[in-house]
Design a protein around this ligand. Structure first.
Ligand code: C5P
Length: 206
């Protein structure tokens, strides 16, 4: 069984995907991490994330980079969003994601284009979203909790810019796949959102 979980940044899709994987005993892939690794590798190479050649060259990142905590930073998230507009980068990362989705027994993948491009045949597709203000608030709480001094307004501006880039790119834009069940977590706590997702999957599977 393939479960596709898509949605914008800080919507709760990663938390939901991990919980679904644990509940249904399936392996999980956070595909955003692959784009983040490419973004970080461009940075390491001293390249330009908006240049398709620099971005493509960075797809040759070492596996160990996927474990690097720097991938979680807002700065690398911005680089990831910029490299992800290049069709060459999306193509280079496609096989790895597709193979993960097709492994025996099934898998849970979360990202932006799982239900539309990577595994359009997935029997269960979720689109997890929340308002920009709420997503910015969550990210701000997380960052200030880690001792990072940052303005809520700046985070809100960055999230809106990232959404616009992800939704308006020509190749695999962020959108709910046809037939996807939309879960709006704006007014949900973590546990309620997870519960809703598990229930939705169970309903979908009959
Ligand atoms: O989900 P996360 O915030 O880690 O993703 C970082 C960036 O990678 C996103 O803003 C998006 O541009 C890109 N991405 C993508 N397709 C995916 C996963 C992530 O384009 N399947």
């Amino acid at each position: 069984m393939i479960i596709a979980v898509d949605g914008p940044t800080a919507s709760g899709k990663g938390t939901i995907a991990k919980a679904l994987a644990a509940h249904f005993g399936l392996p999980h892939l956070d595909t955003g991490l692959l784009y983040r690794a490419v973004g970080r590798q461009v940075q390491i190479n001293g390249g330009n994330p908006d240049d398709p050649h620099d971005a493509l060259a960075a797809c040759e990142f070492p596996e160990s980079l996927l474990e690097d905590s720097s991938l979680r930073s807002e700065e690398v998230g911005g680089f990831a969003s910029r490299v992800s507009v290049h069709p060459g980068v999306r193509h280079a990362l496609y096989e790895r994601q597709r193979a993960f989705a097709l492994q025996e027994g099934g898998a849970v993948l979360d990202g932006r284009d799982i239900g539309t491009v990577i595994a359009p045949e997935a029997p269960v597709k979720l689109f997890v979203t929340a308002s920009v203000a709420e997503r910015a608030r969550r990210r701000w709480l997380e960052m200030t909790g880690r001792g990072i001094d940052v303005l809520l307004a700046a985070i809100e501006r960055d999230i809106a810019a990232r959404d616009a880039r992800d939704m308006n790119r020509a190749d695999a834009p962020l959108m709910a796949a046809p037939g996807a069940l939309v879960i709006d977590t704006t007014h949900f706590g973590r546990d309620a959102a997870i519960e809703a997702a598990i229930e939705a999957v169970q309903t979908r599977l009959g």
